[in-house]
Structures are given as C-alpha cells and as structure tokens.
Design a protein around this ligand. Structure first.
Ligand code: SF4
Length: 351
C-alpha cells in the first residue's frame, strides 16, 4: 500500500463527516446527493437533499412528479438543469428498468445528466464497482501530492488525473476509497491555506516539499463571462401580478419570472419604460412607477447578469395578458423563480 493510501484511510475514518448519504448504499439516494453536491457546498446542499428525498423517497415517486414541483424544491440552488435531468433520468429508469436503479456502470452513465464523475461515484458507493470518481477535490489532492502541473481543465490533464486515480483505486473498497479522497480534499487539502503542518501526508506531499501548494492545481484560464442586461417588471394591479415561464433553451429554463425586457446594454429608466412589452399590459393613463432598483449583478458560471427591477402599479391588470400568467401576490411562493428574482420578492416582503 502506498504512503498516500496508508495515511489517507485512517484520516478518513477519524475525520469524515456524519452525512445522511454516507449511511446508505441506496443508489437513488447517493445519486440525488451527488447531483445536489455538484457545484454546491455540503452546508448549502444538505437541507435541499433532505427536502428532496422527503418529497421523492424513491425513483418512482420522482419519475411521477411534475417538473414545476421539482424545480420549486430546487429553487435557490442554481444550475437548474440538474433538477430537470434528475427528473428525466428517473423517468428513463421507470421506463427502461421498471423503476429499479440500474446496477451496471454503462447503464448508469447513460442516464440523462450523469457524467463520468457521478456514474463512478454511484457505481462505487452503491454497488462496490471499481470506478475512480474524480471531482474537483480529487484533482486538487492528486495534483498537490504528486506535484502534477498539467492543467486540470485540458484533455491531457483530464486523462492524466483519471489514469492516476484509477491506479490508486482500492478495488476491494472503491466506495470508501473514493469518499476518503474527496473528503480529504473537502476538509484537509482545501483550496486556500490548507493546514499542511497538521496533514498526515505532509512528508510525502510534492507540493509541500517544493513550496508549490498555492500554485497547484493549475487551471487554464478560459472562462469568458458574457454580460446580459435584464429589466424585470413587477406589474401589480389589485393584488395581482404577472409572471411567465421561461421556456427557451437558455438559463433558468422552465422556471418562472417577471415580465422581462432584455437589452443589449445598460439603458436609462426612461428608455426601458418605452418597452413594447408593456403596451398590452398596462393602462398608460393610470400607471404609477413605484420604484426602480439600481442595477444589481448576479454571477453565473458563464454569464454576468445586470438586473434591474421596475415596480409598476396599475389600476387593473388587463383581461388578455399576452401570454403572461396573472397570479395573486399571496401565491408567489407556489412558483419556482431564479434566486435573483426570489431575493427581490423577499426584500420587498412579497414572500
Ligand atoms: S501537505 Fe498540504 S498540500 Fe499537501 S496534501 Fe497535505 S494539506 Fe494538501
């Protein structure tokens, strides 16, 4: 056994967190937890996991759910394609496997939204299959311990780290091994200022011995964020507001939002009030501008949203709402909105 593994397992047994998905080998529960934890910290994801499995304790109950309900449970967690994919994959399992979670890696990997990492995590933890799961934590630990400088977000880096992870894998206990490595990255070999002095691997860690801890792992800077300008209208009339469902292939697909005018750049409040969108929705004679918020920034992985909320009060909403849905203000919380819109509702005591 390598020094690496010899030190890692005792550390894991002593330090691992007591998390609900660690007490089960139910592939459904492990899959849900792994999906929630992609791009999400454990502290933030845990309450979502608990609510999710309370509503959908198994594949069949999820497969029969309505997408609006699933998105409502996911509200505020971001990366909503994860929720849509979970639902689509549950329906695949119901249709192709009679509701029983598949136990072969190749079948798990074919489920909608399941990539190499999730397939390996579920296969190893639930079915003890020998697949190495390589997430961001594992990249960091391996890069530092072995002094690997190949950028992790390149095809060569992905191949190199996958090979090393496969070589290190404990084939008798792949589930425990994968979890130990990921937990070590999450708690001990953290991105910034890891506590190297108190690390069991310190005497064998290439990055520590060569003073490269802060440099590793290496990542190519490729991320270009595009800027988008969103003007949301809260159009209120006699206790009702207008919303609509985002259905295009774009961010926040199938979530609800306020009527939105997207502009190419920043526009003045006067200009935005000339929006064609408003013409069928407002009686211009009686409309009052209640409030216009300053632009606020909302960062997504590939986009930076500059958003402004314009609160308009009108005597009555029109009968024909041009594709928008008229709802009572007290029902706002029944719909799933992007975090940015939900926050605006909260700030204005609408939910
Ligand atoms: S010595 Fe520091 S960099 Fe190396 S594995 Fe331990 S915590 Fe990570």
């Amino acid at each position: 056994m390598s020094h690496f593994i010899e030190s890692l397992y005792p550390w894991y047994l002593r330090h691992r967190r007591d998390l609900p998905w660690r007490k089960t080998t139910d592939p459904y529960l492990i899959w849900v937890s792994e999906t929630i934890l992609q791009q999400t910290r454990v502290g933030q994801g845990l309450p979502y996991y608990e609510r999710f499995i309370l509503s959908y304790p198994d594949v069949v109950s999820l497969a029969r759910a309505h997408e609006d309900e699933v998105l409502k449970l996911w509200e505020g967690l971001g990366y909503y394609s994860r929720a849509r994919n979970l639902l689509a994959a549950a329906r695949q399992i119901l249709q192709n496997f009679n509701g029983k979670f598949p136990s072969a890696y190749s079948d798990i990997r074919k489920l909608k939204g399941v990539g190499d990492y999730t397939a390996a995590a579920v296969a190893s933890i639930a079915f003890n299959l020998p697949y190495a799961a390589v997430d961001g934590n594992v990249y960091r630990v391996l890069s530092r311990c072995y002094g690997l400088e190949t950028p992790i977000n390149t095809p060569a880096g992905k191949k190199l780290f996958a090979q090393l992870a496969e070589e290190l894998l404990n084939r008798r206990e792949p589930g425990m091994h994968n979890q130990a490595l990921m937990e070590f990255g999450a708690l001990q070999c953290v991105p910034k200022n890891p506590d190297c002095e108190n690390c069991p691997l310190v005497n064998h860690c290439a990055a520590f011995l060569t003073k490269q801890v802060d440099r590793l792992p290496v990542k190519n800077r490729t991320l270009q964020r595009s800027s988008r300008y969103f003007n949301f209208f809260l159009i209120e009339g006699v206790g009702q507001i207008l919303i609509h469902k985002r259905q295009k292939n774009d961010i926040w697909k199938n979530l609800y939002q306020l009527p939105l005018e997207e502009t190419a750049g920043e526009t003045s409040a006067e200009e935005i009030l000339q929006s064609q969108l408003l013409i069928p929705l407002l009686n211009i004679e009686t409309v009052k501008i209640q409030k216009i918020t300053p632009l606020r920034t909302h960062e997504l992985t590939h986009q930076r949203i500059f958003a402004r909320f314009i609160h308009l009060q009108t005597d009555q909403l029109p009968e024909n709402t041009a594709g928008f849905i008229k709802i009572n203000k007290k029902d706002i919380s029944k719909f799933a909105f992007p975090g940015l819109v939900k926050k605006y509702f909260e700030e204005n005591h609408l939910i």
